[in-house]
Design a protein around this ligand. Sequence first.
Ligand code: ITT
Length: 176
Amino acid sequence: MIYFITGNKNKYIEAKKIIKDIEMKHIPYPEIQADKLEDVAEFGEEYLKKQVNEKFFIEDSGIFIDALKNFPGVYSAYIFKTIGNEGILKLMEGIESRKARFESVIAFYDGSLHIFKGVCKGKISYNARGKGFGYDPIFIPDGSEKTFGEMSITEKNKYSHRGKAIRALSSLLAPL
Ligand code: ITT
């Protein structure tokens, strides 16, 4: 059994579709202010490894919008809670270059640290469409016309940053 330490049930549900042998555990850990998701994840992992006796991983993610100079990036959770998708669409009003990417960094600990990163390139839609969580309704991955919010979890996992990072972790756990 491996613990996925997160307070976000949606992240857990997505990961569980790919790796069955995981359990969600919510232990708050400090999320430092840094430029890179890798640094945030590594710091959290260092903090948690002193308290968790099982193998575990954490995941730090965010959306980086080109025209906004990579904002909200490492501040994605805070910005979602404050201005939300409506606020992002407002900031993007009149901007034609809609390129954006989601990043997911997983820090897995099994006695040593392993880092996995998944990136999903795409664009910001003009309107919010569908359900999902967080920025799902306003992000269209390259190769699709749908927003993440309009996809099933299985379909989203095929494209998503988290799907990619979780599959990389999965291949470490069960090498062919
Ligand atoms: P943790 O407990 O795992 O930290 P969290 O929700 O606070 O959960 P993060 O700190 O990694 O997660 O913040 C990432 C934010 O970026 C998250 O709150 C979402 O708003 C957004 N986000 C990340 N992945 C997403 C996805 O697949 N779809 C939509 N929004 C996403």
